[in-house]
Design a protein around this ligand. Sequence first.
Ligand SMILES: NC(=O)c1ccc[n+]([C@@H]2O[C@H](COP(=O)([O-])OP(=O)(O)OC[C@H]3O[C@@H](n4cnc5c(N)ncnc54)[C@H](OP(=O)(O)O)[C@@H]3O)[C@@H](O)[C@H]2O)c1
Length: 237
Amino acid sequence: MLKNKTFLVTGSSSGIGETIADFLLKNDAKVIGISRKKNNFKNLKKFFHIKIDLSDPFNAFEKVKQIITNFKEIDGLISNAGTGDFRSLENFSSNQIGKFISLNLTSHILITRALLPHFKKNKNGSIIYIGSESALKAKKYGSLYSACKFGLRGFSKSIRDECSNNNIKVTIINPGMVKTSFFQNLDFSHGDKEGEFIETSDIGKIVLDILNQRQGLVVDEINLSPLKKVIKFGKKK
Ligand SMILES: NC(=O)c1ccc[n+]([C@@H]2O[C@H](COP(=O)([O-])OP(=O)(O)OC[C@H]3O[C@@H](n4cnc5c(N)ncnc54)[C@H](OP(=O)(O)O)[C@@H]3O)[C@@H](O)[C@H]2O)c1
């Protein structure tokens, strides 16, 4: 079902986005990957990397419009790029707050805004947002991250409702802790034992499953968590 379809995957250079891009390529889809760094996919005939810094979402909006002109057919968006930063609100400068929200919320909105006319014209399109368990429950030090993920979840649900008459299917996946480089610069992480983290392949498989559903069915939202919720703390705040 995915053969020769084209998907835009943001944050395709590592972690969840890289695995999703890899799974799509292995299913004969074409992938346009957006990130700052490149990756080393073997299937370069079907993978096209576009370097965009999504913390400048207005630039991203113009570049995505250009991508639509160049590629002509885009069947789906996996809106995934993001980072985590967890500390007391007063420890962020106003500039850091602006950049964080630009990447983790505004870029998702503007890329969707750029693609919607294309999907509506084709009366076809699949959008999958990578949300978070922080879109469901807010905890201390996660004010900005939760603001973005709660916002993304609300946005996703509204767009899902707005676009169903145009055959556009919208899903949000809310994972708990996934084993990726997300935690590299954070002072906490998931546990190391089996059952204490989600694998990126778990999400890759679910994305394929969502995209392979019959046209008349939408998976609105999926929440995922490791069997055991273990948080390993490092340095003190
Ligand atoms: N890991 C978890 O536990 C977890 C749980 C729930 C939700 N999530 C969400 O999953 C998504 C992916 O995270 P991950 O765990 O896969 O982390 P990751 O391995 O660090 O990947 C993050 C991706 O986002 C891209 N990115 C970051 N800043 C960017 C920028 N300014 N411009 C363009 N691309 C940028 C990175 O590419 P470049 O650095 O090359 O630009 C990379 O491809 C995020 O939205 C995150 O909030 C993660």
